[in-house]
Design a protein around this ligand. Structure first.
Ligand code: NDP
Ligand code: OXD
Length: 307
């Protein structure tokens, strides 16, 4: 039996090294050097091509290398009935929380703008931006960790999710009908939703119109949460004052994309919370052992919920 690594836009050799550092690791193969497909009982995937998971008759586990699983669930030839797990870990939640706090501080304190002034040898002072109310769309593993760090730093935090939440200091909004209300007082709106059919293009003109004029958008969920032309419109009409985007519909972001040169858009290359290779290797081997001994898997995805 063997684990097959199928990673795009991530280093399969580094993951292999981390897996093999565990004495209980089974044989590991890296796609496309599959060997006998009958040997493969577990695949570790990230941004795989549709159809490639269909060739393994003994497949018993599909493990996502990251937290998001939209790329797995949208594969029309996904093998039926094979359990899917995702990466859930404190390293991921803590990094995301720190990144979002950093993005808000950078905006409030104008740190990037001062770097631009410096490039023009310009001595010019701006007032700190005062607003400290943040709405987080998605209060799951990452959203709730981010909400906690922000409340600890004196921010007023609202969260929106499917079900009601009870997190100290965080005002909970839930369900479709409370979405607009959740954002209308916020100076910052942060998207930490999973990409599903009901969240695709949720960051659109309708939502922007419900947001406080001049508020700032941070999208660290997925590129397809955002209706890109609606954001360009909202920035043009000053409905929003700016946006930090870490994720894009097409990654890497194409060279000719208008976001690159937009003065009100701050781009980071899908880096807000990278997978920790040692932790993901440990977690997948733990689940592999659970699979072999018939124990329940950790962090299993519910395909009906789509996240
Ligand atoms: P979780 O599954 O733990 O949390 C998802 C949250 O979204 C839950 O609170 C859920 O509500 C809420 N939600 C889902 N669908 C809806 C809906 N239709 N309406 C309202 N709320 C909804 O996910 P994680 O926190 O682990 O990760 C979130 C996403 O972050 C990932 O799917 C991925 O896309 C992105 N990500 C980005 C990274 C980056 O580097 N940019 C790194 C890692 C992840 P409820 O709690 O009620 O179920
Ligand atoms: C993830 C990511 O989903 O890195 O883990 O985007």
């Amino acid at each position: 039996m063997a684990i097959l690594i199928i990673l795009n836009q991530a280093d399969p050799y580094l993951l292999e090294k981390n897996l093999k550092s565990h004495p209980d690791c089974p044989e590991v193969r890296i796609y496309p050097d599959v060997g006998n497909p009958d040997d493969i009982d577990c695949v570790i995937v990230w941004k795989h091509q549709d159809g490639v998971l269909n060739d393994y008759p003994n497949l018993k586990l599909i493990a996502s290398y990251g937290a998001g699983v939209e790329n797995i669930l949208s594969d029309p030839s996904l093998p039926a009935g094979v359990p899917i797990t995702r990466f859930v870990d404190n390293t991921l939640s803590d990094q995301m929380a720190e990144f979002v706090l950093g993005a808000i501080l950078n905006h409030r304190l104008h740190l990037t703008r001062y770097r631009e002034f410096q490039a023009a040898s310009r001595w010019y002072c701006l007032d700190f931006i005062k607003g400290r109310t943040v709405t987080i769309l998605g209060l799951g593993e990452l959203g709730s960790a981010t909400a906690r760090l922000l409340t600890q730093n004196g921010y007023e935090v609202n969260g929106w999710s499917r079900s009601e939440k009870n997190i100290d200091g965080v005002k909970s909004y839930f369900g479709e009908e409370q979405l607009k209300r959740s954002v209308n007082e916020a100076d910052y709106v942060v998207c930490l939703l999973p990409l599903t059919p009901s969240t695709k293009h949720i960051l659109n003109n309708d939502l922007f119109d419900a947001m406080k004029k001049g508020s700032y958008l941070i999208n660290v969920g997925r590129g397809d949460h955002l209706a890109e032309n609606d954001l360009l419109d909202a920035l043009h009409h000053e409905t929003l004052s700016g946006a930090l985007l870490d994720v894009f519909s097409t990654e890497p972001l194409p060279q000719d994309h208008p976001f690159w040169r937009h003065p009100k858009i701050h781009i980071t290359p899908h880096i807000s919370s990278p997978t920790d290779k040692a932790q993901v290797a440990r977690q997948i081997l733990d689940n592999y052992a659970r699979l072999m001994s018939g124990k329940p898997l950790l962090n299993q995805v519910d395909p009906k919920r789509a996240y």
